[in-house]
Design a protein around this ligand. Sequence first.
Ligand code: NDP
Ligand code: 5RP
Length: 467
Amino acid sequence: MSASQIGLMGLGTMGSALALNIAEKGYDIAVWNRTTAKTKDFVVEAGDLASRITPCESLEAFVNAIERPRTIILMVPAGAPVDQQIADLEPYLAPDDLIIDAGNANFNDTTRRMRDVKFPFLGVGVSGGEEGARHGPSIMVGGAKENWERVAPILKAIAAKHEGEPCADWMGEAGAGHFVKTVHNGIEYADMQLIAEVYGIMRDGLGLGASEIGDVFDRWNEGVLQSYLIEISGKVAHTEDAASGGPLLDIIEDAAGQKGTGRWTAIEAQHLASIVPVIEAAVAARNMSARRGQRRDLQDVFGAAPQGVDSASIPLDKLEAALICGKILCYSQGFDMIATAFAQNGWDDNLPGIAKVWREGCIIRSGMLDDMATALAEQPGRSLMASPLFADRLKATEGALRHVVVTAMAKGLPIPALSSALAYFDTMRTARGTANMIQGQRDFFGLHGFKRLDDGSENQHGPWASN
Ligand SMILES: NC(=O)C1=CN([C@@H]2O[C@H](COP(=O)(O)OP(=O)(O)OC[C@H]3O[C@@H](n4cnc5c(N)ncnc54)[C@H](OP(=O)(O)O)[C@@H]3O)[C@@H](O)[C@H]2O)C=CC1
Ligand SMILES: O=C(CO)[C@H](O)[C@H](O)COP(=O)(O)O
């Protein structure tokens, strides 16, 4: 067989799907996996595509199977496995061979590797789960532009397409690709949490069954909320469990797992002094979900909080509008965070380009992202919330969000992300805030100084009243 055009290491869920996608697009690919048995199984399961795949049992054979200058994709867990794979490859590589880390790396690690790895290196975020990797993911590339240009044809070929346009693009230098993927995942957490909260309102407040809730999500998926996450939420709610004969959703433990990318977004937001409270609320909510024992204990102490809500008091169209409002606010926070990080890192940001790459293939793909790409292009440097289209949508839905938050909170239904979205909106649309009190307190106890509004003078102090 002639040399493969590309190599891929790590034939897990994502790597094997990506390798098949690459082969299907007409590229010859060499593959290697730590556990050799999986490599053998993979080729058997590749069917007709096996003719384009060169399975390798040793790293040396793998590297030698790839045409030079080589391109090698790593699809292994973040952290030490990536460093280990790079170190193991090093003795076999030539100086112009390109390594692509396509896993969910922490962008700080990617920036470090970009500096320390002796070979051209790209940090690439891939989203879409197994199905996306197999048939067209969203691909966010970071690193030197000339390295992106080396692999752009193949990455664009395997990416999802929006009206023919590939959802794969260069996000910027260094760790920019993995940074954008991290914020994507932060938004993914927030979007999922907002959906889970309206599910909770329907289940515990309105007393709807799983299948009825599935119908609601199906209907919403025909409107402004059309998205992959709403679509799969409908499917999850409709699924019956053969063993119990009831909805599968009802017997799934209410403790969410997490691999850490949402947490990375929240941590990075704090480093940047960026404002992503809905994402932070979603990460906290996953953490709270995992404390099942503590929640049971506190329910014993205080009694169960959720009370039924009169169905007339939260009509489903208001709930839909509240979700639309919360979603716009959380995406707005995510885009603001990317803009802040890119400015601090000296990377050129292209927020409309990022929204375009997210339109198809990724977990947060939705109709709304197309509108966001347009809105962000119309007003560069301005928050999505202030764009004419989304300002109008916020004005049209803000009342519903307020109504749902007030009603749900009055009944003790937990809605950390929805309520945080509303608090963010109210804070950010209030020109005269309350931090003058904090500045007064800081100066009172620590002489930290304040700025006067009347004459603009800085670093002013009391005197403060003594009683
Ligand atoms: N699953 C998903 O939906 C998505 C995952 N990702 C990211 O893609 C990457 C891979 O995830 P996924 O395919 O789900 O993971 P899997 O657990 O399915 O597969 C992991 C792969 O990495 C290999 N591996 C694990 N540890 C090491 C190591 N120390 N050295 C060498 N190889 C190792 C495994 O080999 P072996 O067979 O020997 O165990 C296996 O091939 C991760 O970074 C993940 O965060 C990104 C987007 C979506
Ligand atoms: O990157 C992804 C999708 O974009 C992965 O599915 C991600 O690993 C899911 O994250 P978590 O396990 O933390 O929910």
